[in-house]
Design a protein around this ligand. Structure first.
Ligand SMILES: *Cc1c(COP(=O)(O)O)cnc(C)c1O
Length: 396
């Protein structure tokens, strides 16, 4: 039997070192809890980075997975399959969208959305290919998605990426107005910035972007990969506002941990696309879509969304108390079960101290602790998490 230290030594040797991981190996989970190879239990407020919305080892997903695996796992997009059609219908019924394209991850959804926008823009005018993106925005690590991701340290080692990307400050409509012109084919924005620091877009900002896109015949793309799928207490975060996009990309929680992404769009956008324009071998397969349909149906359940709003309010109130008690907490922000606390001081040390005390959290931006627990989280978990955080802030 491998001991943890042997596993860790092997891991250090075997992997390309693109991640900085703490020396723990997770072995199993249940609901909001996970355990490591030494039998230590953690409360999981990372949830696979806002992925495991229905918690670990979800019994219904296990059953759907087993049943579908005994029928059909993969057929490719050369043929139709029933679970993909079912999931597409659920997604379309959940929002503005009329057409769906499936993919395998968030970055892939962004890649596809940018391709769609480029094709439509270039058909109007050979100069209409610029894309407006925002400071502190995050859209993924593949070349196209990376080109619209703001953080220079993520982009710069890789040389010239997509040409025509213009970054402008988030929540600053006047600045956006200066860069959105006739050459812009798309504006991509997160209704709540995740990785960049849990910063919600104002309704006025989203409304203003909608108007600018309409004026200049650019597509408005909402990246709801992290904030969508019930996390804010509505199925989609933009549904708190009156604005709808032309394209929305989704991924993280859609299949509770299986890789599944989607591009949701209008019939008017889809009309410009034809066979051969885009594709994927794995995407939209029956196994992942069967789990996705079951998971997404539950994420749309009004009772679950009501629970998210109630637990979000609870978490927000408790973090507000923490801010009162500890001056190092500069700001609490977010919506529903996507909350961030901006901390003065060493945020990595706070994260490490929380882990030491049995709470998994992930940072966001330079100085934010991100709290994105499974949506099934209960009041007692929130009590425990906030109490651990209070001590972690003191210890760090
Ligand atoms: C995680 C994330 C992505 C990238 O998704 P991957 O599945 O990691 O490729 C893109 N946009 C946002 C807002 C995200 O949070």
């Amino acid at each position: 039997m491998d001991t943890t230290s042997t596993l860790l030594a092997e891991a250090e040797r075997l992997f390309v070192p693109t991640y900085k991981r703490p020396p723990i190996v997770l072995t199993h989970g249940r609901g909001v809890e996970v355990w490591d190879s030494q039998g230590r239990r953690y409360l999981d407020f990372t949830a696979g980075i806002a992925v495991n919305a229905l918690g670990h080892a979800d019994p219904i997903s296990q059953q759907v997975l087993a049943e579908q695996a005994s029928k059909l796992t993969h057929v490719s997009n050369l043929y139709w399959n029933v679970p993909a059609i079912e999931l597409a219908r659920l997604l379309v019924d959940s929002c503005f969208a009329e057409r769906v394209f499936f993919c395998n991850s968030g970055a892939e959804a962004v890649e596809g959305a940018l391709k769609f926008a480029r094709k439509i823009g270039l058909r109007r005018d050979p100069n209409k290919y610029a894309i407006v993106a925002f400071e502190h925005g995050f859209h993924g690590r593949t070349a196209g998605a990376l080109a619209v991701t703001h953080k220079p340290a993520y982009r710069e080692p890789f040389g010239p990426l997509l040409p025509g990307v213009r970054f402008t400050p988030f929540n600053d409509l006047a600045a956006a107005e200066r860069v959105i012109d006739a050459d812009v084919c798309a504006v991509i924005v997160e209704p709540i910035q995740g990785e960049g620091g849990i910063t919600p877009a104002s309704d006025a900002f989203l409304e203003g972007l909608r108007a600018l896109c309409d004026r200049h015949q650019a597509l408005l793309i909402f990246d709801e990969i992290q904030c969508g799928g019930g996390r804010t207490g509505k199925v989609w975060a933009h549904q708190w506002s009156a604005v709808t996009p032309d394209i929305m990309v989704a991924a993280k929680p859609l299949a509770n941990g299986l890789p599944l992404g989607a591009i949701l769009t209008t019939a008017a956008v889809a009309e410009h696309l034809q066979p051969g324009d885009h594709g994927s071998t794995f995407a939209g397969g029956p196994l992942v879509c069967a789990v996705g349909a079951s998971v997404f149906r539950r994420l749309c359940d009004p009772a679950l969304l009501e629970h998210v709003r109630a637990m979000g309010d609870e978490l927000r109130a408790r973090l507000g108390e923490l801010q009162q008690h500890d001056a190092r907490v500069r700001e609490v922000r977010g919506r529903g079960l996507m909350q961030g606390i901006q901390v003065a001081g060493d945020v990595a040390a706070v994260r490490a101290a929380a882990q030491e005390a049995g709470l998994l959290v992930v940072t966001a931006g330079e100085d934010v602790i991100r709290l994105v627990p499974p949506l099934i989280v209960q009041r007692e978990h929130i009590d425990e998490a906030v109490s651990v955080l209070r001590h972690a802030l003191e210890a760090a």
